[in-house]
Design a protein around this ligand. Structure first.
Ligand SMILES: [Zn+2]
Length: 444
């Protein structure tokens, strides 16, 4: 591999569209047959739908294959073979990796991988990191808890595979991590947007350090949509004086998408490793091109222990219009993952994606990063409240800030809000993944 090459895998990343589709069909047939032959769970699902591997002759036939919901995976857990259940396609002794979903929306799902699956995980991360400019000369600091969540584990191995020097920032606290970055002159790091901003605040406010003057020149984000929200991205880039890149992945799926060095306001789908279909939420039809948002149905084409075949991810995405200037032929999704089907809710009859509120709040000078949104009902009427923090020193501009906030919210979300200003530092802080949106209507 030449270090000058723009692509990690020049062959796969520049295949013509016909060849990509051919490869996806070939791989889909293979993984579908594998699951049909080795997993009782999958075979029962497909038999019920009356479909067999021989029925898949074109990409269009794939939409007949039933989707798998997260709840179905929850139901089989802890059954035989313990603890994964009967979607397991390999003898249990071939499993080398245990991870579980973070369970923010219910009981966690266990995810087994074989060593070959794990190699595949790090290979898919190598596409991501190479596209974001990671090279052997980089010293990569990973401020992550190295635990049962997959998070940056595969990013760690991929950085090593590329030839970078990797510093695991495991159990250190935030201050110790910042000092380590300073001491070792680390050039890159991986973290959630919430933590990237939190670290910068700690460095500035509690340690008197200026992160923008440190050596970090690129940051890879995961776990939250922030790096695809332009105002949040800008705050992170300014705070660290670094390029901030998004990537999307999930425990049950793999690392399926990445932003390249051109930051094209969207992410490439690794179409050599994944088949992404976008389903119209009203008609159930597959959306083939740009112009319409839908729900992602995804297949990991090479993952074998517990396959991910037409998994209903609940992510809302949309194909982008233009090819990317980087020359990759992998499809682009516009603006990254726009939201989750579970999060997009109707307030006063208007569809609202919480990411739109973040975009507005983080785009206004004088407001801190933190905010909180609460939707509830007063009588029969929906009410949406937004709590923001005014930066110390911005008190005199409060009226102007509030007017701007109201205008932008109305423009971007078509809703009027009850706005509360709080003192900087008083709203809840989150270490890794934030829960800033609460819909109290759903509780009753
Ligand atoms: Zn690109």
């Amino acid at each position: 591999m030449s270090h000058q090459s723009r692509y990690w895998n020049p062959l796969l990343e520049t295949l013509n569209r016909e060849a990509i589709k051919e490869l996806q069909l070939k791989k889909f047939k293979r993984i579908f047959r594998w699951a049909y032959d080795h997993s009782r769970f999958h075979r029962a699902l497909y038999k019920k739908a009356g479909i067999t591997p021989d029925d898949i002759r074109s990409l269009d036939d794939i939409s007949r294959v039933p989707t798998v919901e997260k709840d179905m995976m929850r139901d089989i857990q802890r059954k035989d073979p313990f603890p994964y259940g009967d979607a397991l396609c390999v003898p249990i002794e071939e499993v080398t990796e245990f991870r579980q979903t973070s369970g923010t929306t219910g009981q966690p799902v266990y995810q087994p991988d074989t060593w070959a699956d794990w190699e595949w995980w790090s290979e898919s991360w190598a596409f991501i990191l190479w596209a974001q400019g990671y090279r052997p000369k980089d010293r990569v600091f990973i401020p992550f808890g190295y635990n049962i969540f997959v998070a940056f584990w595969a990013g760690h191995y991929a950085a090593e595979k590329i030839g970078c020097e990797v510093v695991p920032g495991g159990v250190l606290d935030t201050k110790a991590r910042i000092l380590k970055i300073q001491e070792l002159k680390a050039t890159a790091m991986m973290a959630t947007p919430t933590y990237v901003l939190g670290m910068a605040d700690t460095a500035k406010n509690s340690m008197g350090l200026e992160p923008a003057e440190m050596s970090i020149n690129k940051i890879t984000c995961a776990g939250e949509p922030g790096a695809s929200i332009s105002s949040t991205k800008k705050r992170m880039e300014e705070a660290w004086g670094a390029k901030v890149y998004d990537h999307a992945g999930a425990t049950e799926i793999g690392a399926w998408s990445y932003e390249c060095e051109y930051q094209p306001k969207g992410m490439h789908v690794n179409e050599a490793f994944f088949l992404v279909e976008i389903e119209d939420r009203e008609t159930g039809e597959i959306i083939k091109g740009p112009g319409k948002k839908g729900k992602m149905i995804i297949t990991a084409l090479d993952r074998h222990a517990q396959p991910c075949i037409r998994f209903d991810s609940k992510d809302i995405i949309e194909w982008a219009e233009d090819p990317c200037p980087c020359g990759r032929t992998f499809g682009l999704i516009k603006g990254g993952v726009i939201g989750r089907a579970d999060d997009i809710t109707k307030v006063k009859g208007v569809l609202l994606a919480p990411t739109a509120i973040e975009e507005v709040v983080r785009g206004i000078d004088g407001l801190a990063h933190e905010y909180e949104v609460i939707v509830d009902k007063v009588g029969d009427v929906d009410r949406i409240s937004l709590k923001v923090e005014l930066l110390t020193g911005a008190q005199e501009q409060k009226d102007t800030i509030e007017a701007r906030l109201r205008d932008q919210l109305r423009l971007k979300t078509n809703l009027g809000y009850k706005i509360e200003f709080h003192k900087h530092g008083t709203l809840p802080r989150y270490d890794v993944k934030a829960r800033r949106f609460r819909d109290l209507r759903k509780i009753h």
